[in-house]
Design a protein around this ligand. Sequence first.
Ligand code: NG6
Ligand code: CA
Length: 507
Amino acid sequence: MKKIILVCLIFFIAMSSCKQGPENKSKVEDVETKKPNIVIIYADDLGYGELGAYGATELKTPNLDKLANGGVRFTNGYASSATCTPSRYALLTGSYPWRNKSAKILPGTAPLIIDTAQMTIPKMLKGKGYHTGIVGKWHLGLGTGNVDWNQKIAPGPNEVGFDYSNILAATQDRVPTVYIKNGHVVNLDPNDPIEVDYKKNFAGEPTGLENPELLKMKWHHGHNNSIVNGIPRIGFMKGGEAAKWVDEDMADTFLSEAQHYVKAHKDEPFFLYYALQQPHVPRTPNPRFVGSSGLGPRGDVIVEADWCVGEFVKTLETEGLLENTLIIFSSDNGPVLNDGYYDDAVEKLGNHKPGGPLRGGKYSLFDAGTRVPFFTYWKGHIKPMVSDAIISQLDLLSSLAELVDSPVKGEDSEPLLNVLLGESDTGRDEMVLEATSRTAFRKGDWVMIPPYDGPAIAKEVQIELGNSDEYQLYNLKEDIAQPNNLASANPEKLQEMITAFEAIRGK
Ligand code: NG6
Ligand code: CA
């Protein structure tokens, strides 16, 4: 009898806990669905003056303008660096790239430079129940040093917090010129294995240097190694014919991947890092966009990128997600015209000013190197405004952590959620800016550039780098174009800036 009672009791408890299970789960799910989706859209080499919302008159970017003018448009939004890898490193980890010696422009064969134990935006969000994905440019290294492109490639994005990845390994101008999905080369034919080398060519393979007759795009400097789709690249590659991307389809490919990701994860909170490849070289607009800007291929791919963002936002809208998605848009570094190919970027520039009123460009310690378009958009949650607060992409980790109630704080990442959402205009007070391993310092309205050896102007790209024998000091509020070096007129300000800079950077 006792036994029967015991069995009945166990049965009863089991039944009631079964009943409780799904009820509890749906409550959890309820809470989860209230978490906003987060999308970071990140352009490659897009300058401060490139969008209508930032003053461009010669280029039409209606889709990006609509977001920028409908959200918080920052006038002092910065990438950490004036080149790609360090900025992407800082964006994802919240740490200054100069703390990591490997955070420099990487070849396609470089090992992963984010420690798999390091905190990242996707890792932090994953910890709060988000599904996390990256579509587009990676450029943070893959593997541990000797990648076999025909096997699983790891560690990579999936080992630093992304549940899903579909990437190009480095840059569009570097081999391997293939897409890599969750660590595997897409469309790889095992009978045609891929080999990659950045030092020497593979016997019998044509190169840009030796076979100009095979080129549809001519190289100007660098970019004369393996030829893929008639475009000479950086680095040598052999095999993988079926896996090679079609450059003119890249924007469409990443767009449809991003749209697919959203549709596949619309029922759970998601984080998507949509890393556009435009307008980095080689500029290869889809035929639909050729001639669309009147500024040559560089302008055309910006128009194409703008269209992609518009289509992507339409998908959020038709899926009913726009009111529940925070969109953050920025660029990894400032603009460059001729970055190694003859593509009419200089010749067809006309009156367009890629850096807007700013001095310098990509690779530069002057402001156009790192000050970039930066805006947030969240329909129904963010009121349209222009913010002059200083904010760095470094701050996204800690700020997004605040948004999702996570205690995570990045090493150099300031929690500025209220600034991101337009509820405060008190941004950062100071930050170190980086350009090809040199650093400068912004504090308040002032920027100080220490003396550096090296040319004042990078000849090939025709950009002022910020190098000088002397300290430079500029007041950006009064002189946004940095025309007047105030260092000798303001020795006290200069000293204050040097002291504050050294306190962070060390002597
Ligand atoms: C430079 C390339 C440039 C570009 C850049 C990386 C040469 C001469 N120049 O070394 O074309 O690829 O690296 O750009 O090879 S970034 O936006 O990814 O930092
Ligand atoms: Ca870049």
